[in-house]
Ligand binder design. Structure first.
Ligand code: DC
Length: 229
């Protein structure tokens, strides 16, 4: 069966990662969460004092960025991918509200995008990859054989993130999360470099009222259509 590239983009917290992860596992493809890469750079900046309020010390970040090692390993027990930053497991820390509140600023920096896009394209050279993010179908893999653009209402997405944080025992307020989701939508869509945009040849998936199982079945159908073409 021919190997393809699958690019999944969409708004924050609309379940892209869950669906991309499940699909990759089911079809034996590599899964890369590109948002985790922007989050890892953000965590580094927070940990190393490169944020002064909402200002970023860009010169210091430019210097250190090429040496930051962002990698993914499968957890042998859960079989889920876990993010590492310079050899340290950061999966839970990169999902904190503090990182979420700062990540759009990092993702808007052209030199950061350039470096991370370069790394993402290298990871997908052999195809057989599912990658999710904001610019995967427009910038990273414009030739991807299967492009999915995921949408869901801001309220549904805020509730999902709230449930996720609660389940992990982290403090959260639904109102704060909803505000954060709406702010990030605005920034993702309106930033100058690589704004979130549906590719002309992408298929839209609105999963506001879909169960995970329904969504997975829908995705498998799209995948089979392309590979059996
Ligand atoms: O998907 P996420 O919420 O984990 O993404 C975190 C942030 O990174 C989000 O604000 C948008 C940004 N991002 C991006 O600009 N480009 C990508 N390919 C992936 C994420």
């Amino acid at each position: 069966m021919k190997k393809i590239t699958i690019a999944i983009d969409g708004y924050s917290s609309c379940g892209k990662s869950t669906m991309a992860k499940d699909l990759a596992r089911q079809i034996g493809y590599i899964y890369i969460d590109s948002g985790a890469m922007y989050r890892s750079v953000t965590l580094y900046c927070l940990d190393h004092g490169l944020f002064k309020g909402k200002e970023i010390q860009t010169e210091a970040l430019k210097e250190v960025l090429p040496s930051l090692q962002i990698t993914f390993k499968l957890d042998p027990e859960t079989k889920k991918p876990v993010t590492y930053l310079n050899g340290e497991e950061v999966e839970s820390r990169i999902r904190s509200l503090e990182v979420s509140n700062h990540v759009s600023l990092i993702a808007a920096l052209p030199f950061v995008r350039e470096e991370l896009v370069r790394q993402q394209q290298a990871m997908g050279r052999e195809k057989g990859i599912v990658m999710d993010g904001r610019d995967i179908q427009t910038v990273v893999f414009p030739d991807a054989e299967l492009k999915i653009f995921v949408i869901a209402s801001a309220e549904v997405r805020a509730q999902r993130r709230y449930d996720e944080l609660k389940a992990k025992g982290q403090e959260a307020s639904y109102e704060d999360i909803l505000k954060n989701v709406k702010e990030r939508d605005y920034l993702d869509e309106h930033r100058e470099v690589s704004p979130l945009k549906k590719a002309d040849d992408a298929i839209v998936l609105d999963n506001s009222d879909m169960t995970i199982d329904e969504q997975n079945a829908w995705l498998m159908e799209q995948f089979n259509k392309v590979v059996n073409d």
